[in-house]
Design a protein around this ligand. Structure first.
Ligand SMILES: *Cc1c(COP(=O)(O)O)cnc(C)c1O
Length: 498
């Protein structure tokens, strides 16, 4: 491997950094509970919630932050959140049962996503808010309530396909929700069902990083709320979904350099940077770069609560350019958000033990095999490129990763990270990863910031291999304590729920 190592160091906040600075604990845990192993840090979720709340405060807005449960199955995270005043957004029968069992009262739960009859029934039975995708779903809910004499239901109408007049900005297509321009029949159905449903407001969720698209959708929702009021309905909230994003990398310069060099590798003007010359969506056609880079923008300084702040400060183009927050405030609408990934920022780590380190005859990158499958560390699946930290078995050595600086005398190495499945394609990442020194069997690789979607969303039991166990960790008087995820309750840690 010629040239400088191309590091992509993870951004580590103090709590996660402190956990990764406890190699004895990490090795004890994986020795006892196996590899891969997931660690979640419930107290961090509370700090992240506080950041979202402070943006609400800055803009004088009322409303609820609903954690999008689907991003992580953890009980500890959910129970810790139940001890705060936050809400939860559930997207399946199982998630609803989990939330109720974790201590969320129905007024703090919103049911979204595709709904089967059981999910809809339990949602209506327990009086959680139901975010409805279509008129058909509304009819189904109304029928269910009448048939089983259930309480009146609070509903949100999920919209999609927004457009602005003037500069035509179309928000991306979604198979969820009703097209904003075709909402007439939906509102008529709401009017027909007012004996069994209360319209709380309208909702959207767009899986995009684009602020303008989201601003367009929010404006569309404000117009829809006006239309509802013209019809004599009394909506009072907008739910703007999730998608606030995470800033994964410590150093924007590393990201820029990496993407530049990846482009050059695809064009063949530098040695490959991936296994088998994979281009992450880019390809070369007769020396010309084609395709689009299919990667998460891993260096994203405006993410999470800051992204919400920018969205709320965004001018409403069709409403005299005033900030969106001012329009919400003027109508006294509540603002509901459903962050998943962003609330889980810095909330977890996935550990994988190194089983084998093999030199390649060609002198190429070392082949490193981990006791973990690609779907146990789903960063690659989400297009997030980020280096693991090496936690040496020999605990005399410090934790060494690109975030912690070079070890004296150690030579950086290029590696390919293979999973434990008997499958050519089982690579933890197709990227050639640079580590500050050669790992040894028994060392751990720690993948930081995996709590959002990269821990258990994709995990399988393929080949009878275990799925990772999950441990909740917290600090007590300067030391780390832990328990199995499903043993954690806010009463468990002495210094727990505050
Ligand atoms: C997945 C989802 C979210 C969370 O999205 P993030 O990108 O994790 O913030 C919120 N709302 C709905 C309806 C979703 O489907």
């Amino acid at each position: 491997m010629g040239g400088q190592p191309l590091y992509l160091a993870p951004r580590l906040a103090a709590r996660l950094r402190s956990l990764l600075d406890a190699p004895d604990l990490l090795h004890t845990l994986t020795d006892g509970l196996g590899s891969p192993l997931n660690l979640v840090v419930p107290d961090q979720l509370v700090d992240n919630l506080r950041q979202f709340r402070s943006v609400y405060g800055k803009h004088h807005l009322a409303g609820q932050v609903f954690f999008a449960h689907k991003a992580n199955r953890s009980s500890a995270l959910l129970r810790r959140l139940a001890a705060t005043d936050a809400g939860v957004d559930v997207a399946s029968l199982g998630e609803l049962q989990h939330a109720l069992g974790a201590g969320f009262t129905p007024d703090r739960i919103t049911a979204t996503g595709p709904k089967n009859p059981e999910f809809l029934w339990l949602a209506a039975r327990t009086s959680v808010t139901v975010s409805l995708d279509t008129r058909g779903e509304l009819d189904q809910l109304a029928t269910l309530i009448r048939k089983h004499t259930l309480p009146r239901a609070r509903i949100l109408l999920r919209l999609s396909g927004f457009e602005t007049s003037g500069v035509r900005v179309l928000s991306r297509r979604s198979r969820f929700g009703t097209a904003a321009g075709e909402s007439g029949p939906l509102l008529e159905a709401v009017e027909r069902h007012t004996d069994v449903v209360d319209l709380l407001g309208v909702a959207y969720h767009l899986d995009t990083t684009s602020l303008t698209e989201k601003a367009t959708a929010l404006e569309g929702c404000l117009r829809m709320l006006e239309e509802c009021r013209r019809r004599g309905l009394r909506p009072r909230a907008v739910d703007i979904g999730g998608g606030f994003g995470v800033d994964y990398l410590a150093d924007g310069g590393q990201w820029d350099r990496y993407t530049t060099e990846l482009t050059e590798a695809v064009l063949g003007t530098r040695p490959p940077l991936t296994y088998g010359g994979h281009g992450y969506g880019l390809r070369s056609e007769a020396g010309t770069l084609r395709g689009t880079l299919g990667l998460y923008p891993a260096h994203r300084p405006v993410a999470g609560a800051r992204y919400l702040d920018e969205l709320l400060s965004h001018p409403a183009t069709s409403m005299d350019g005033r900030p969106l927050a001012a329009l919400l405030l003027e109508h006294l609408y509540d603002l509901h958000t459903e962050p998943g990934r962003a609330l889980l920022d810095q909330c977890g780590v996935t550990l994988g033990k190194v089983l084998e380190v093999r030199d390649q005859e060609t002198g190429g990158p070392l082949a490193v095999r981990l006791a973990a499958k690609a779907d146990d560390v789903a960063l690659e699946e989400h297009g997030v490129l980020m280096d693991p930290l090496v936690i040496p078995r020999d605990t005399a050595g410090a934790v060494t990763g690109p975030g912690t600086g070079p070890v004296a005398g150690a030579e950086p190495v290029a590696v390919h990270l293979f999973g434990s499945r008997c499958l050519e394609s089982d690579l933890i990442t197709r990227r050639t990863v640079f580590l500050p020194h050669r790992p040894e069997p028994g060392d751990l690789l720690a993948f930081a910031n995996t709590a959002g979607y990269c821990m258990d969303f994709h995990a399988t039991r393929a080949q009878h291999q275990p799925v990772a166990r999950k441990v909740a960790a917290w600090q007590e008087g300067g030391t780390w304590r832990w328990c199995l995820d499903d043993q954690y309750w806010p009463t468990t840690p002495v210094g727990g729920a505050q």
